[in-house]
Design a binder for this molecule. Structure first.
Ligand code: NAD
Length: 245
């Protein structure tokens, strides 16, 4: 489904991002993992050695426009195009409003929102010149419902939906589609840190009766990245077993 396409996946070293990287490789894409540290990028690449030169890694500071632009232009030079960007990198929080420091609030805004803006701006310039592209943002089911602690996290995901819908409208004329996936609770390190009672309670309320797997989210990203969704833009696609909170 992605033959002859090149995709960049931020935070592709583990969890949902790594599942997306694998899914895209299985479907013929060249894939670039944009990670935060060379060490974790190398570890991910070592698990993908069967794909040889079709997969590589970069570590720009995702909040630094010059850094990101340079890294993306290098990728375009190497592979000839950048057809898909998945803005997946993210961190979560469960800090109470009473304890939130401004530093912690700024950090979550930086990674979950500012980096999405910076990477999207850099790739949109390249995609406009190419005449096509697909951008996929990683939102969350909490962008519909909020959550009872860690208010910075849903705040960033509501904002990601806002970027998605607005940029879908702004970039449609350049044949760049902008969509988002909104995972429910998904089995990754991010969720492993939550108390078991909490995940059990959440799963008990999911009509499809189970937690999401990273591959569930990767499948949705494959659809949104491929030409199968060529008339789909501005969608926030829930992949949550119909979770309601
Ligand atoms: P994870 O913690 O397993 O992986 C997050 C990835 O982001 C890691 O590869 C990490 O290195 C990377 N990352 C963090 N900060 C970075 C930075 N500054 N620069 C580059 N990379 C950075 O989490 P996950 O569960 O795989 O989450 C992936 C995305 O899915 C996130 O945006 C998250 O908000 C979203 N999400 C996850 C769930 C869930 O239940 N797991 C639910 C809804 C949404």
């Amino acid at each position: 489904m992605l033959k002859n396409k090149t995709a960049i996946v931020t935070g592709g070293t583990r969890g949902i991002g790594f599942a997306i990287v694998k899914k895209f490789l299985e479907n013929g894409a060249n894939v670039v993992i944009a990670g935060s540290r060379q060490e974790t990028v190398d570890k991910a690449l070592s698990q993908l050695s069967e794909y040889g030169e079709k997969v590589t890694g970069i570590c720009p500071d995702l909040c630094n426009p010059e850094d990101v632009q340079k890294a993306f232009l290098d990728i375009k030079e190497r592979f000839g195009s950048i057809d898909v960007l998945v803005n997946n990198a993210g961190i979560s929080s469960r800090t109470s409003i009473y304890d939130y420091t401004i530093e912690e609030f700024s950090k979550i805004l930086d990674i979950n929102l500012k980096a999405v803006f910076v990477c999207t701006q850099a790739v949109a310039r390249i995609m406009k010149e190419q005449g096509q592209g697909a951008i996929i943002n990683t939102s969350s089911m909490v962008s519909k419902y909020g959550q009872p602690s860690g208010c910075g996290y849903p705040a960033t995901k509501f904002a990601v939906n806002g970027l998605t819908l607005s940029l879908a409208r702004e970039l449609a004329k350049d044949n760049i589609r902008v969509n988002a996936v909104a995972p429910g609770v998904t089995r990754t390190d991010m969720v492993a840190s939550l108390p078991k009672e909490m995940t059990d309670r959440i799963c008990a309320g999911i009509p499809l009766g189970r937690m999401g797997e990273p591959e569930d989210i990767a499948n949705a990203c494959l659809y949104l990245a491929s030409d199968m969704s060529s008339y789909v833009t501005g969608v926030v696609l829930s992949v949550d077993g119909l979770a309601t909170n």
